[in-house]
Design a protein around this ligand. Structure first.
Ligand code: SF4
Length: 253
């Protein structure tokens, strides 16, 4: 943990590289129950009084900006279920030195909020989306909503929250037959698709053993056989599976 308050020299890592990026989880709660993330019944949520207020978050970001942080990502849980997130974005946008505010979301509530968040100062969104099949979406997320997520992606594009990036957790035997469908999506909508692997942590270890993939290996094999798509914006990365932060022991799944 870094004590930002009272610090004046720029943040650097062990190799003297500047640290300019800060992720902030605004809630641990979520309106989905993805199989690789949490039990169907949910988790032992943090009591609301224990969660940082928007004013407290802004104070931390202000301190971070004074030591070189310029880029913020808001995550959860699902950040859009926290009431009036626009107010926080407005507060962060007004902090000198903060020039990039991004949001990671599952997209369910994005259609209604995209324009307002853009007006408040949000720059970009990443949307978690593992399948383009409605039934499969319900099986993976344990809740329906593919149509709402696609509407959210379209609203984000319309609100100029680009580049809109789609994070797809690739799972063996679950959605690995949809690579071409996601590649095709990049030709239908102005989105970037990133294939990521199931995050290796305790609660998902069994899921990871069963479904885990090395996306680059899978993508390379696929790219060799499907050259005709020529999708230049499909990439494979090894990022956390979702927008939530895994530090909390009860949720280190
Ligand atoms: S992976 Fe993301 S969207 Fe799915 S349950 Fe976890 S926090 Fe929610």
């Amino acid at each position: 943990m870094i004590d930002l308050i009272g610090r004046t020299e720029p943040l650097v890592d062990a190799f003297r590289r500047p640290i300019t990026y800060l992720r902030i989880s605004v809630t641990d709660r979520c309106n989905l129950r993805c199989v690789y993330c949490m039990p169907e019944a949910g988790l032992a949520w943090i009591p609301k009084p224990a969660i940082l207020s928007y004013e407290e978050i802004a104070e931390i970001v202000h301190a971070a900006a004074t030591v070189g942080v310029s880029s913020i990502r808001l995550t959860g849980g699902e950040p859009l279920i926290r009431r009036n997130l626009e107010r926080l974005v407005t507060m962060l946008h007004a902090i000198p030195g903060i020039d990039d505010i991004a949001l990671s979301t599952n997209g369910l509530l994005l259609a209604d909020q995209a324009a307002g968040l853009r007006a408040a100062g949000l720059d970009r969104v990443n949307v978690s989306l593992d399948t383009l099949d409605p039934d499969r979406f319900t099986a993976i997320a344990r809740r329906p909503g593919l149509d709402r997520v696609l509407a959210g992606i379209d609203a984000a594009i319309a609100a100029d929250l680009g580049p809109v990036k789609i994070n797809c957790v690739l799972m063996r035997g679950t959605n690995d037959d949809e690579l071409e469908a996601f590649a095709a999506l990049t030709r239908q909508r102005a989105v970037h698709v990133r294939f990521i692997e199931v995050m290796p942590c305790t609660r998902t270890s069994r899921c990871r053993r069963r479904h885990g993939y090395r996306p680059t290996r899978c993508l390379n094999a696929w790219a060799a056989s499907v050259r005709s798509h020529r999708s230049s914006i499909c990439t494979a990365t090894a990022l956390p599976a979702c927008s939530r932060t895994p530090e909390r022991p009860a949720r280190s799944a």
